[in-house]
Design a protein around this ligand. Structure first.
Ligand code: NDP
Length: 336
């Protein structure tokens, strides 16, 4: 059983060499009446929140990885054997699994995949956790209304690309930022954003936002934090909303950057609210009812970036922090 192991806790930017591949010869089997399952992992999801898990922190919502043990994360798998009444041999599932070819899970919390007429990799992205994040963050946290001005950072990624398309479907004016010209083109030409810009080429983010939002921003979907957040705070409209989804620019810093413009929350009466998608998984069936017809009718499109083979997983994960991924980063481990 090939596995991806975290060597030690990480500080600063993660490197491919912070992980290594090994082969375990421990025989995997599901003990009788154990409630467990044995999985063949097919796709693994690379997600930014995995970086904080490489640190030794206690009391975080996402537990630290254990150095010397396989990394864990969201994935799609086939059930090979089951002692759990909810899952049977042959089922496809998505949820928390190991970064390894096969996983033995003792207390499985998985979503059973009912719609197998989509590529199974979609359940690491648009039909899985990132899709739910976009849905919950936009509809539940942003209280969006038709015609509003919406700004999304890390806009071409797994979450951002969907938030932008949801906002367009509602009739909002949507602008996204991303880290390369190719991503900017993708936002405008594939995902239908009204405007997009490369934040790396804007020496003054405040001036850039003033250019794209002369009347200010009603909704900011926050994925990056730091300097971008500071600039956005200067450009919010009265009664604007900020959904704090993530702050990837801070994940590799030992001391997070200071944010200076929070006073604007008072003056502009802005609501800024963080959220964690696992609190909202009860909405998953409702989300599928909405998103599935949109995908089938071509109203929502999806871009993923697939790395082939478990060996490519460390570099794919590390690549998130330099913007190497174009769209949702997924690792294909095996065919069904
Ligand atoms: P993405 O697919 O967007 O990948 C990460 C992207 O972030 C990179 O491609 C890169 O794009 C951008 N990035 C990396 N470093 C920086 C930086 N220093 N400054 C600005 N941008 C940077 O990831 P996801 O869509 O999966 O996640 C987006 C955000 O949502 C993350 O912050 C994540 O933590 C958060 N999240 C939160 C959840 C929740 O429950 N609250 C659940 C899931 C995700 P570029 O080339 O544009 O720089």
């Amino acid at each position: 059983n090939k596995q991806v192991i975290l060597k030690d806790y990480v500080s600063g930017f993660p490197k491919e060499t912070d992980m290594y591949i090994t082969t375990s010869s421990i025989e995997l089997k599901v003990p009788k009446d154990s409630n467990g399952v044995l999985l063949k992992n097919l796709y693994l999801s690379c997600d930014p929140y995995m970086r904080p898990r490489m640190r030794n922190v206690e009391g975080s919502y996402a537990e630290s990885f254990k150095p010397g043990s396989p990394i864990t994360g969201y994935g799609v798998a086939r059930v090979l054997d089951s002692e759990n009444p909810e899952f049977k041999k042959g089922d496809f599932v998505w949820g928390m699994t190991g970064w390894e070819e096969y996983s033995q899970i003792t207390a499985p919390h998985f979503f059973k995949i009912q719609h197998t007429d989509f590529p199974l990799s979609y359940y690491t992205g648009i039909l899985g956790m990132p899709g739910m994040t976009a849905y919950v963050g936009f509809y539940e946290i942003c209280s969006p209304k038709k015609g509003e001005y919406v700004f999304i950072s890390a806009a071409s990624g797994a979450v951002g690309q969907l938030v932008g398309q949801f906002a367009k479907l509602l009739g909002c004016h949507v602008v996204g930022s991303a880290g390369s010209q190719d991503k900017v083109d993708l936002l405008k030409n594939k995902f239908g954003f009204d405007e997009a810009f490369n934040y790396k080429e804007e020496p003054d983010l405040n001036a850039a936002l003033k250019r794209y939002f002369p009347e200010g921003i009603d909704i900011y979907f926050e994925n990056v934090g730091g300097k971008m957040l500071d600039a956005v705070l200067l450009n919010m409209r009265i009664h604007g909303r900020i959904a704090v989804c993530g702050m990837i620019s801070q994940y590799n810093l030992d001391i997070p950057e200071g944010v200076h413009n929070l006073m604007n929350l008072i003056v502009k009466r802005v609501r800024m609210e963080g959220f964690l998608v696992p609190d909202h998984y009860h909405l998953y069936p409702k989300f599928l009812e909405i998103i599935i017809p949109h995908i089938k009718e071509g109203k929502i499109v999806y871009v993923e970036d697939t790395a082939e083979g478990l060996e490519s997983a460390p570099s794919a994960l590390v690549g998130l922090f330099s913007g190497q991924n174009v769209g949702k980063q997924v690792v294909k481990v095996a065919t069904e």
